[in-house]
Design a protein around this ligand. Sequence first.
Ligand SMILES: [Zn+2]
Length: 262
Amino acid sequence: MELNDEAVKLEREFAAEMRKDPKISALYKKVRDGTATTEDVTEYASLSAKKMAERIRKRLLELYPEKKVSYEDVTELLPPTEKRNYKNIAELYKALQTALNRQNGLNLGAAAADYPEDRYDGLNRLISEMDDIEEEFSSVELSFESASMSTVDDSIHDNADYQSRLGLKTTVIREFHPEETDQSAHHEKGYWECPWCKEVAGEYDYDEVKGSGNDVWRRHDGCHCVITFKAEKRTETVYNGIRPRAPDRNIIEKRQRQGIRR
Ligand SMILES: [Zn+2]
């Protein structure tokens, strides 16, 4: 087996599958029409990650009937597909943010965050440590989603930072979205309202939350909250009443005890 060829094939299969997905096409159309929002790009990142994870799982099981794969093989096979996923999200985000800037009367370009090498490498390592890919692969599916969504979040952070440094009054908005779950222990309605996410939702002055370790930028696996920002020209006489609020430390500590990760 030529790993290199397999890696290219995997990337192509993933790209083809993305192209024929009606939900994905609808999201691209919204970006082209100028009606897309950050929520749409966040949803795209989540859908794309699910497709990528499923495609990778299937391929690994076909190529490795022993259901185990070495780190050397994983790091040759998966990166082209992981980079394709990143590139799709980064390009979509850039198109969206450029359109949002224009709608906001700002003639500004937009940038996407760099490829999150560490996150994907961590994922590849986890896969290589599995004794049985078929049994264990589902444990990394949400991490694929988190890696995908981090490109949107990091890009939002970078662009908010850029616009704030240009002197615009920049507000970060974190919208709470309940998570779909099949774990009925959490919620019998099929979704889970994470108390930590509920608490951290709100509007914040960018300068108050600009550290990338601030809670407003953090996610646990499976989190579908939408993080976005708006920027306005400053007027010295107007105070619009937005106050930064600190999340409840007890809830954060509880979350940490439960081992909910970013
Ligand atoms: Zn959340």
